[in-house]
Design a protein around this ligand. Structure first.
Ligand SMILES: [Fe+2]
Length: 190
């Protein structure tokens, strides 16, 4: 990807963020994950299949303003995770380690409510609540996933090292040590 330059330097830029809709205007990368993108992530596969056959709803979208994926740059974007359940399990993002595992990430929650759940390769588990105004720090080595336990989209702004990349494969095979369910209106971790 080419970037505007002043001499040998990249030109500074700004982007507008729609704080209500959770859309980063001027994004250059847009990822959409529907129910059919989420095989093997939810526990109740028959509920997922039913959902796919009933319109295949969007579970989440990510908008990024891409920069060179190299040391020193910071990638920023917005995650918009819709409200809903598959069976009784709350909608969630796939979750990932960073391919460069020793890179952290910062989230700023803008709207909605839920959790940022995290795990390490050693089986440690941690969950931080997400609600408007929370700034969450994901230290290096922690895989991270958002879970929407509310009734409106869970929207957050994030920044991470641009060279970090994503490692989804480990999560697809290992999962997280706990899932988040709606049990008769109560949020439980199992
Ligand atoms: Fe990340």
């Amino acid at each position: 990807m080419d970037f505007d330059a002043i001499g040998k330097y990249m030109v500074p830029f700004d982007v507008d963020l729609d704080l209500n809709e959770g859309i980063l205007k001027g994004y250059t990368n847009h990822t959409i994950r529907r129910a059919s993108s989420m095989w093997h992530y939810y526990q109740d596969e028959s509920a997922l299949e039913t959902s796919i056959n009933n319109g295949d709803p969007i579970h989440y979208e990510v908008f990024e303003k891409t920069v060179p994926e190299e040391y020193g740059h910071l990638m920023m974007g917005v995650s918009k995770l819709y409200a809903g359940t598959v069976g009784q399990e709350f909608f969630m993002t796939k979750g990932h380690y960073h391919a460069v595992a020793q890179t952290g990430e910062v989230y700023l929650c803008l709207k909605g409510s839920g959790y940022l759940v995290m795990k390490t390769k050693d089986g440690d588990f941690f969950a931080l609540p997400m609600e408007r105004g929370k700034v969450l720090y994901v230290p290096p080595y922690w895989a991270h996933r958002s879970v929407n336990t509310g009734t409106e989209p869970l929207i957050s702004f994030f920044v991470y090292n641009a060279e970090a990349g994503h490692n989804y494969g480990d999560i697809e095979t290992e999962g997280f040590s706990k899932r988040v369910f709606n049990q008769n209106g109560k949020t439980i971790f199992v």
